[in-house]
Design a protein around this ligand. Structure first.
Ligand code: ATP
Length: 246
């Protein structure tokens, strides 16, 4: 479904590669966690998967299309089917839960419609269903700034869900949450993944979460893949290699 062929990223003005010749293949139905210490290249990697970052070398193939070769207009439907959740939630704090979730539909509508802020009955109903499925029934009109971190991430997930994603990407989505809430969010993501048959790829700092929820673990170090396999094969030696003296 997604294939990374020898992708490398060098940021302008930087001497080092943030990603170095990464070769990986991802299939529908897989739930994958990407581990690595700060600066290992996890965010850069996730951003390459939906065309937010175009590799300086190599290419990402998404359902037989090379992302390098697509125009912004051609990338749009791919991004629309790719839900993305973030560490800092990337919500609009002063707007309601409902209004934030509806922004997930922006990519599928003509821009002039987004300027009006008007949504159809069906769109509102889809947003309400997404809000219900993340456990926030009754919070539709609550302003996001009044919610806890875990509730905010649920709104982020509902916004991704309303896009009817085939792929769900997460860039450290639980890094700002306490361990109990982080587990609840991962349980929600895993259930959603199983129900909808998604491909889910999530950056996470916490090895225990990766071991508990992932089908496959990938570890990055200095932009290189140093582990790619079953969570139970990621042992002390792999931990030491990934995190070193952290
Ligand atoms: N916009 C940028 N310009 C220049 N260098 C960058 C940029 N973004 C990231 N880097 C560098 O690329 C490398 C990989 O960064 P990246 O953010 O992908 O790592 P990460 O594993 O996600 O780290 P963290 O967990 O701290 O977010 C780091 O050395 C970082 O300093």
């Amino acid at each position: 479904m997604i294939e990374c062929r020898e992708i490398s990223v060098t940021y302008p003005g930087s001497q080092t590669k943030a990603l170095q010749a990464v070769n990986l293949t991802f299939t529908k139905g897989e739930f994958i966690c990407v581990l690595g210490k700060s600066g290992a290249g996890k965010s850069t990697f996730i951003r390459c998967l939906n065309g937010l970052q175009i590799p300086t070398e190599g290419e990402v193939i998404y359902s037989d299309q090379s992302l390098n070769k697509l125009s912004e207009a051609e990338l749009r439907p791919i991004r629309q089917r790719t839900g993305m959740i973030f560490q800092q939630f990337n919500l609009i704090p002063r707007l309601s839960v409902m209004q934030n979730v509806l922004t997930g539909l922006f990519g599928s509508r003509p821009s002039f419609k987004n300027l009006t802020g008007l949504f159809t009955k069906d769109e509102k109903s889809a947003a309400r269903n997404a809000i219900r499925s993340v456990g926030l029934n009754g919070f539709e009109n609550r302003r996001v700034e009044q919610l806890s971190g875990g509730q905010k991430q649920r709104v982020g997930i509902a916004r991704a869900l309303v896009q009817q994603p085939a792929v769900m990407l997460g860039d450290e989505p639980v890094a700002s949450l306490d361990p109990g809430t982080a587990n609840q969010i991962f349980t929600l993501l895993r259930n959603m993944h199983d129900d909808l048959g998604l491909l889910t790829i999530i950056n996470v700092h916490d090895l225990q979460l990766a071991k508990k929820y992932a089908d496959r673990v990938i570890a990055l170090k200095d932009g290189k893949v140093i582990f790619n396999g079953l969570p139970e094969m990621f042992g002390d030696r792999e931990y030491e290699e990934t995190y070193g003296d952290e």
